[in-house]
Design a protein around this ligand. Structure first.
Ligand code: AMP
Length: 397
């Protein structure tokens, strides 16, 4: 995959349309509670300013329904970026109204302006060509640094890129880094290559599992999805999360792993609880002993030890999905132990998925991971082997 990158095109003193992913979490008072997504884009923004560009920044934020809604305004994000960059930033009143277009036209080299939330425009998620064309008309150069939304064919992500030739569009540093890590790990991993797949359901990760099995040396399954595999093997899993209709798929995946010589690990014990409740009575049990009306909400201590042991000789680890309901303290221990185990290896460790990224921050292992992806859905699609629409638009033939 030959991706056009920002440092390979001439952007000096040009007007740049920069698509970022500033879909940050906020509290009930609109205070930003985690600004990592903004900080991740600083490299590209600073590079543009150092190149004396006029920078028009676009992003989406939340899920507004009918045009402008104050609570989805990008104003707080603009303020935070202003603080981080220590420079003035203009905020347009909307996205493509006359006033905004005039602001974009008058923007001078070295200045930054923010468009309002892209999703205030109905055409954004519909990839409306007219909207894409108007957005493109604002600038000489298009840069996409919004990895988290690059799996969406939206007007400011995919449509807009069609209006620029390959010398006038490129991936920003963040997008390029994400793509490099994932394509490297999937195509030329140092072996043994171990993938840990967890999270709630098999259905959400079925395609990823099919794509991973022929590539990895070991696969570790945890989280709610493990119970469909365990049930497929004939275990009684009580009220645990099971997708009965996917039992044939689970068997197929395990057969394929066996045929390819891939070592397949499932939990040998779980933390079972009477109910899906942080206060529920819970205990560790072997998978053979899950009480009929109880549900498994975390891997047990023996599984954590087993999985850690399986990671010991790994040279590459790809992790997507927690081992249990880590949001509740009682069911977080398995995921925490695994996070420490991954962090303690000498492997190249790539963490994908919003929950898993959140988890390794909570465990304090963030700095010991080689790379933590900023996009959940987008990173999953890369593991599934797809070319993201926002990336396809930036490939050199
Ligand atoms: P996903 O979005 O598919 O990666 O799933 C992440 C979610 O899976 C987290 O919110 C976890 O709480 C949930 N999860 C993990 N293990 C279990 C389990 N054993 N039962 C139910 N939900 C789980």
């Amino acid at each position: 995959m030959n991706l056009q990158e920002i440092n390979n095109i001439d952007i000096a003193s040009k007007k740049v349309f920069l698509r970022c992913d500033f879909n940050v979490p906020v509290d009930e008072y609109q205070n930003i509670t985690d600004d990592r997504r903004i900080k991740s884009a600083l490299n590209t923004i600073r590079y543009c300013i150092d190149q004396d560009c006029a920078v028009i920044i676009a992003s989406h934020f939340g899920r507004p329904k009918n045009g402008f809604e104050k609570k989805f305004s990008l104003r707080p994000v603009k303020q935070r970026l202003k603080t981080l960059l220590k420079m003035d930033i203009k905020l347009a009143p909307s996205i493509i109204c006359d006033e905004t277009l005039a602001m974009a036209k008058d923007l001078q080299c070295g200045e930054i302006m923010f468009l309002e939330n892209m999703r205030f425009e109905e055409g954004e998620t519909k990839n409306d060509p007219q909207l894409a064309k108007t957005l493109a008309s604002m600038a000489d150069i298009y840069i996409n640094d919004a990895f988290g939304v690059s799996h969406r064919a939206h007007a400011s992500v995919e449509g807009i890129a069609q209006y620029f030739d390959i010398e006038h569009k490129a991936a920003g540093f963040l997008l390029a880094k994400e793509i490099k890590y994932f394509s490297h790990i999937i195509k030329e991993p140092k072996r043994p290559f171990v993938s840990i797949v967890g999270g709630s359901k098999v259905s959400g990760k079925l395609q990823a599992l099919y794509n991973l099995v022929p590539k990895v040396d070991k696969i570790i399954i945890g989280g709610g999805m493990a119970f469909t595999f365990l049930k497929a093997l004939g275990y009684e899993v009580g009220n645990s999360l099971v997708e009965d209709e996917l039992i044939p798929e689970a068997l197929k995946i395990m057969d394929e792993a066996k045929a390819k010589g891939v070592k397949f690990y499932l939990p040998v014990d779980v933390i079972a609880a009477e109910a899906f409740d942080a206060e529920a009575f819970a205990k560790a049990v072997p998978i053979q002993e899950i009480p009929k009306t109880w549900m498994g909400l975390d891997i047990g201590p023996a599984s954590a030890t087993l999985f850690s042991l399986a990671l010991d000789d790994a040279h590459t680890i790809l992790w997507n999905g927690p081992m249990g309901v880590y949001e509740m303290d009682k069911f977080a221990k398995g995921s925490f132990k695994l996070s420490h185990a991954v962090a303690n290896t000498y492997a190249t460790t790539v963490v994908g998925g919003g929950d898993t990224a959140d988890l390794v921050r909570r465990t304090g292992d963030e700095d010991d991971m080689t790379f933590i992806s900023t996009g959940g859905g987008a990173s999953l699609e890369l593991i599934e082997g797809k070319v993201l629409p926002g990336v396809k638009a930036l490939l050199i033939d």
